[in-house]
Design a protein around this ligand. Structure first.
Ligand SMILES: *[C@@H]1O[C@H](CO)[C@@H](O)[C@H](O)[C@H]1NC(C)=O
Ligand SMILES: *[C@@H]1O[C@H](CO)[C@@H](O)[C@H](O)[C@H]1NC(C)=O
Ligand SMILES: *[C@@H]1O[C@H](CO)[C@@H](O)[C@H](O)[C@H]1NC(C)=O
Ligand SMILES: *[C@@H]1O[C@H](CO)[C@@H](O)[C@H](O)[C@H]1NC(C)=O
Ligand SMILES: *[C@@H]1O[C@H](CO)[C@@H](O)[C@H](O)[C@H]1NC(C)=O
Ligand SMILES: *[C@@H]1O[C@H](CO)[C@@H](O)[C@H](O)[C@H]1NC(C)=O
Length: 556
């Protein structure tokens, strides 16, 4: 498959560039710098750049924003990705490609561009002629946000791997569906599959081994990764292993069995005629990008159950029951993973009623259960969670602050930990190695409140959702203590990608699940083993330091 010309040109001198320019009849590049060019057969030339690893300053070659599909705009909006037609000029892959559009991140100077042209990926490598394991990252962002530029490679590339960070469609442009040919559903899952197919075709040119691809997903990206594992639509051999951080396809928030209701609702906000499916699809295909995004900021999105492509023909749990493939996995949660759900709920209720003392803890926690009647018709889960984490005196009282650890455990268990662990147990039953972790480290930085601040909350975020990623992607300026954790995380993640076994010096031997409850491992300054993962469902309540989750100076 390797054509003579598809070699890596590596650092080509300027005179060589001139030859290329003549060959392909291009604009002349006016530069005196050494230039990194790579030919992607059937696509075109891409120009890369260099960066360095964070701890040992090794040279990393990077190709940013490489398109792997046509822009999913115009007639292609909502549809499956299609192959990118070749480009003639040298494609500048020294700058990030466009993010998939989200209102906060669209800049005014790009309003005339095709904002939806976002199906591009980044590749990072240290050696073009090697054949190294590939880490393929699928970002989170609640199905409405995310980008490859938020995931820099400078820690991961300390190890001998190739990193690919893909983008996929988000928000209304990705997930709205009529479950008919017009808007088939789950196109963003196909985006990710398409990018994985791109990896199968091209990654050897970057020194990557297409037979050793590990998909790593976080949050919504972890649910998409779970979907790849169980979908009958996923081609055999597309990847070998998977890591799912803080997200499970079994979570209620990951899937939608009635996407048409949501799609109609959006149509009604934008167009006068939404009676027929064809009308809805016409309306939503013709509306401009920004108008569509503006009309959907209050809505949440997720994967479609029973899409036309057959990505998810049944409920995930049914697909899991029938699953026969083995992908070794590593999955887990942060210690207080649900505190972001609590924060969102708090903002919502406080915004609506003004003063929390107007509702009892019982009324507050029942909001966390909203919609669970669909998946818990007998109320068994609700009743058990209530009795495990609360008592009647407290629930009928008015001291919300006292119950903060219970609220956090409830949110963590329902939204993240229980769905993750159930997914893990199902896979491990088929003798497939399944590693489970809890990320317990509290460092200098937190993603609590994200970009919007967290000072107004009466609780702390604890080991918040996405805090694990602070140590995997080089986004923060880490102090010495945090850097030690970062090195551990990189060891664990890359050893799993390279050998299928997570390991780091000074840690005990880490084992996959053997029983219904464990073992699993705690990631902290010291790595330790736990034997009953269900203890994680009450970790905040049972914590001797649980008072630290409460902010004494802020009223609930
Ligand atoms: C890292 O390596 C680059 C060359 O790739 C060099 O220019 C730079 O000075 C080095 N930085 C440090 C801190 O050693
Ligand atoms: C790159 O990989 C090849 C093949 O494994 C190896 O021979 C070569 O020494 C490596 N180059 C560097 C700079 O590590
Ligand atoms: C989406 O993520 C970006 C960071 O990549 C952030 O600046 C922006 O505020 C986020 N948008 C929302 C609505 O959270
Ligand atoms: C599940 O597997 C069983 C046994 O192989 C098969 O009969 C059934 O049709 C499968 N169900 C689905 C939904 O694929
Ligand atoms: C909320 O109500 C309580 C009890 O009535 C009161 O003590 C408190 O000051 C109120 N808080 C605010 C911010 O109005
Ligand atoms: C319920 O909480 C109250 C108030 O904190 C406490 O006094 C009581 O012992 C608790 N009851 C049970 C059964 O745990």
């Amino acid at each position: 498959m390797r054509r003579a010309m598809c070699l890596v040109v590596s650092i080509v001198s300027v005179s060589l560039i001139a030859i290329f320019v003549i060959n392909i009849g291009n604009d002349v590049l006016a530069t005196n710098d050494d230039i990194l060019l790579l030919d992607l057969p059937g696509q075109g030339l891409i120009r890369g750049s260099q960066t360095n690893t964070a701890w040992t300053n090794q040279t990393v070659y990077q190709f940013l924003g490489v398109p792997f599909a046509e822009s999913p705009s115009g007639d292609l909006r909502f549809k499956a990705p299609v192959e990118r037609s070749p480009w003639k000029n040298i494609r500048d892959a020294t700058k990030y490609g466009q993010r998939c559009p989200e209102l906060n991140t669209i800049s005014d100077n790009h309003l005339n561009d095709d904002l939806e042209d976002c199906l591009n990926l980044c590749v990072y490598t240290k050696n073009f002629t090697a054949r190294r394991p590939v880490v393929f990252y699928v970002y989170g962002g609640g199905f409405y946000n995310g980008s490859s530029q938020d995931h820099p490679p400078n820690y991961l590339l300390e190890k001998d791997i190739v990193l690919v960070v893909t983008q996929y469609r988000v928000g209304a442009l990705g997930w709205l569906s009529t479950q008919t040919q017009e808007m088939p559903g789950n196109s963003p899952v196909l985006d990710v599959m398409f990018a994985l197919q791109w990896v199968q075709m091209y990654i050897h040119l970057f020194g990557g081994d297409p037979e050793q691809v590990t998909v790593v997903g976080q949050s919504a990206g972890a649910t998409v990764t779970g979907m790849l594992i169980i979908s009958p639509k996923t081609p055999q051999g597309l990847f070998k292993r998977a890591v799912m951080q803080s997200g499970s396809v079994l979570a209620n928030w990951a899937t939608n069995s009635k996407p048409l209701d949501l799609t109609k609702k959006v149509c009604n906000r934008l167009c006068s005629n939404c009676d027929q499916i064809a009308d809805i699809a016409d309306c939503l295909r013709e509306v401009d990008t920004v108008t569509l995004l503006k009309s959907t900021t209050d809505l949440s999105f997720s994967m479609t159950i029973n899409d036309v492509y057959g990505v998810m023909p049944l409920m995930p749990i049914e697909l899991l029951h029938n699953n026969t493939r083995c992908y070794p996995i590593m999955t887990g949660a942060t210690k207080h993973d649900g505190s972001f759900v609590l924060a969102t709920l708090y903002d919502g209720i406080k915004g609506a009623i003004g003063n929390m003392s107007l509702i009892t803890p019982r009324e507050f926690l029942s909001k966390l259960f909203d919609e669970s009647h669909e998946v818990d018709p007998s109320g068994l889960a609700k009743n058990l969670i209530t009795t495990l984490l609360y008592n009647a005196t407290d629930l009928n009282g008015n001291d919300h602050k006292k119950l903060i650890p219970s609220y956090i455990d409830q949110a963590s268990s329902m939204f993240i930990k229980s769905p993750i662990f159930t997914f893990a147990r199902h896979l491990s039953k088929s003798q497939c190695p399944t590693y489970v972790y809890s990320f317990d480290y509290e460092g200098e930085w937190s993603r609590f409140g994200y970009e919007f601040g967290n000072e107004h909350y009466p609780f702390n975020g604890g080991v918040h959702h996405s805090n694990d990623n602070i140590y995997i992607f080089s986004t923060h300026n880490l102090n010495a203590r945090d850097t030690e954790i970062s090195k551990k995380m990189i060891d664990l993640w890359t050893s799993f990608a390279i050998d299928g076994v997570p390991a780091t010096p000074d840690a005990p031997t880490l084992m996959p699940l053997q029983t219904e409850t464990g073992p699993y491992f705690h990631i902290d300054e010291r790595i330790s083993i736990g034997y009953d993962f269900l203890e994680e469902l009450r970790v905040a309540v049972n914590d001797p330091r649980k008072e630290e989750l409460v902010r004494p100076d802020v009223e609930f």
